[in-house]
Write a protein that binds this ligand. Structure first.
Ligand SMILES: CC(C)(COP(=O)(O)OP(=O)(O)OC[C@H]1O[C@@H](n2cnc3c(N)ncnc32)[C@H](O)[C@@H]1OP(=O)(O)O)[C@@H](O)C(=O)NCCC(=O)NCCS
Length: 173
């Protein structure tokens, strides 16, 4: 397996690869994502390519993508930031300059072999920010995956079954 880090120019043309993996991974509980959501999810991904510091890490074997993770810097004006800031209230300053760990997905055929851990570490490696932030479904198996990798719950979203997690980064930017 090899890991490659791609910027928006190289990640954009391969949107189909990422979507194939994402829909295979998120068909499982608690998400049960249906293929009909594809245009919406793909449009969100293409919009994310424009965000500051966008980077995507892909794990490949014999030229085939097994999984990917991507993120970018969180900034005021992003709808995610507005929603999370409301939940954090007086602690919303924790989002300033934070790196958003936006998606991670490993194709179900390749899960529990260390691919997700490698993607997780590679995406955060060298990121210049005080912390990384994400939201995760409170019933997702991925919650344990994050907690065992140093992420800590900050708050629950209002009216949605999602938790906000943060992880301090060594590189203080
Ligand atoms: C979350 C996700 C990315 C993890 O990917 P993965 O490739 O299975 O991750 P890893 O194999 O590195 O680690 C998963 C577990 O398998 C274990 N594992 C790693 N290699 C293993 C091996 N060879 N044999 C058995 N178990 C192994 C790890 O120790 C880890 O256990 P832990 O979480 O208790 O620490 C993947 O399950 C996924 O795509 N889930 C659906 C999408 C999702 O929920 N994304 C996150 C949304 S916020």
């Amino acid at each position: 397996m090899r890991l490659l880090t791609l910027g928006p120019g190289d990640a954009g043309p391969r949107a189909r690869d990422w979507m194939d993996i994402w829909f295979a991974a998120f068909a499982a509980p608690p998400y049960h994502v249906e293929p009909s959501a594809r245009p919406l999810i793909e449009a969100a991904f293409l919009a994310h390519l424009e965000e500051p510091g966008f980077r995507l890490v892909v794990a490949e074997e014999a030229g085939r993508a097994l999984g990917f993770a991507y993120g970018f810097y969180r900034r005021p004006g992003q709808s995610w930031v507005e929603e999370v800031a409301r939940a954090l209230g007086p602690r919303a300053g924790l989002l300033e300059g934070a790196f958003g760990f936006v998606e991670i997905a490993v194709h179900p055929d390749y899960q529990r072999k260390g691919v997700g851990s490698a993607l997780h570490d590679a995406l955060l490696e060298g990121v210049r920010a005080p912390r990384a932030v994400l939201t995760v479904h409170e019933k997702a198996p991925a919650l344990g995956f994050y907690l065992r990798r140093g992420w800590r719950p900050l708050e629950a979203l209002v009216g949605a079954p999602y938790l906000v997690l943060a992880k301090a980064l060594q590189d203080q930017g």
